[in-house]
Design a protein around this ligand. Structure first.
Ligand code: AMP
Length: 372
């Protein structure tokens, strides 16, 4: 049984690695043959909009899925109803536009930040008056890892942000002086079974995820986040894994964004949960029973960004798991991650601090500056 995956990044690679023990095979579509996934599975090379290649991918696969949300919706829609695509394209369309995402949160009663759509300098002026300062101006589409965003603290900032980002549809939203960030990941299968993971606490720096601690023990937040996630899953009659990121502000959750796919903040589940998010995504889209989402111990996941540290130095650490995506080094690029497990949250935090002190001291400072 073959799973066709549009996009051959590290998420696709980890999906394939999780699927082989289940007896699955994989076929990818990506622009190049030099991708993390191409090292572990065959890849059709061409544009994501290439109808002929998409048809070939569909013909050779049981189900089509994707490893990033900015693939061409129209091209996949054009494959028609006979091709089974999961997660549903309606969820993909929603996540491609920050305004549709906000509207969905509002419709489902999920608290989110105040916002206004901005498509002209005059609209930005109105948005500033309505939403207030400070705020964040973001592109509605194609933003990731903090790209296409500017913080606005004054009218001068607004003018600079407009000249940097204007010309494409934008969203202006209130800046949230959050205490910290969390995310929740869960799966819904073709048969309606739902499985939700323990909450993740996330630390971003410069818009990029640096650290995830899981499980993050905050029972009231876990209950609220699970309820919100379940609503989104049921709304779309979803198939696959979905993630929602939240700001925690004065003890309450405010939804920031959602991704209809496996997510960086769930990488800890490979070694830290009974079933990984990658395996549960595959089980969900194939209609197989979902696996348990219970945590095994306490995990910290640290992203390796820009350059890979020395394997020799770290592999001797107890309960440390190394993931090298096989990508060439470039500033700001996610090249791999480390997951370290502890028997207690305290042990996990100590290990994460030791690793960050050597690998990413700026993120350690950021973490220390945020109280619980
Ligand atoms: P996003 O691409 O929307 O997930 O933004 C990336 C990161 O930027 C978030 O995880 C936050 O750390 C920060 N950020 C985004 N929007 C806001 C906001 N409205 N207020 C405060 N921080 C934000």
């Amino acid at each position: 049984m073959t799973v066709g995956i549009i996009g051959g990044g590290q998420l696709g690679r980890m999906m394939a690695l999780a699927g082989y023990p289940l007896g699955l095979e994989f076929l990818f579509l990506d622009r190049s043959n030099d991708t993390p996934a191409a090292a572990v599975a065959p890849t059709l090379v061409g544009e994501f909009t290439d109808r002929r290649l998409l048809r070939e991918l569909a013909r050779r696969s049981e189900v089509l899925t994707f490893d990033w949300e900015n693939i061409s919706l129209e091209s996949v829609q054009a494959l028609g109803r006979r091709t089974h695509v999961a997660p549903p394209l309606a969820a993909l369309a929603m996540s491609q536009d920050r305004i549709s995402e906000k509207k969905l949160f509002e419709k489902l009663g999920i608290p989110t930040t105040r916002y206004a759509a901005v498509d002209s300098a005059a609209a930005l002026g109105r948005a500033l008056r309505r939403v207030g300062l400070p705020g964040v101006l973001k592109t509605r589409r194609l933003g990731y890892d903090g790209k296409g965003q500017a913080i606005v603290r004054s009218a001068e900032d607004a003018a600079a942000a407009w000249s940097a980002l204007g010309g494409v549809p934008l969203i202006y939203e209130e800046f949230v002086a959050f205490d910290y960030e969390v995310s929740i990941i869960g799966a819904r299968s073709r048969h309606g079974e739902v499985a939700i993971y323990p909450l993740n606490r996330n630390l971003h720096r410069d818009g990029i995820l640096r650290l995830t601690l899981a499980p993050w023990s905050a029972p009231a937040l876990q209950r609220a986040a699970s309820r919100h996630l379940r609503r989104v899953l049921e709304h779309f009659r979803y198939e696959g894994v979905l993630n929602i990121e939240f700001f925690v502000h004065r003890g309450r959750l405010l939804a920031n964004e959602t991704a209809p796919r496996v997510h960086n903040s769930g990488h800890w589940t490979i070694e830290g949960a009974a079933t990984s998010q990658f395996e549960n995504h595959l089980r969900a889209i194939l209609g197989l029973p979902l696996g348990a989402t219970r945590a095994r111990g306490h995990a910290a996941m640290i992203n390796l960004i820009g350059e890979m540290p020395s394997r020799e130095r770290w592999l001797g650490e107890r309960e440390l798991h190394w993931h090298d995506y096989g990508k060439s080094a470039r500033p700001g690029r996610k090249l791999g991650h480390i997951t370290v497990l502890g028997n207690t949250a305290r042990e996990r935090d100590a290990a994460a601090k030791r690793l960050l002190a050597a690998i990413d001291p700026r993120s350690l400072r950021e973490w220390r500056s945020r109280t619980r």
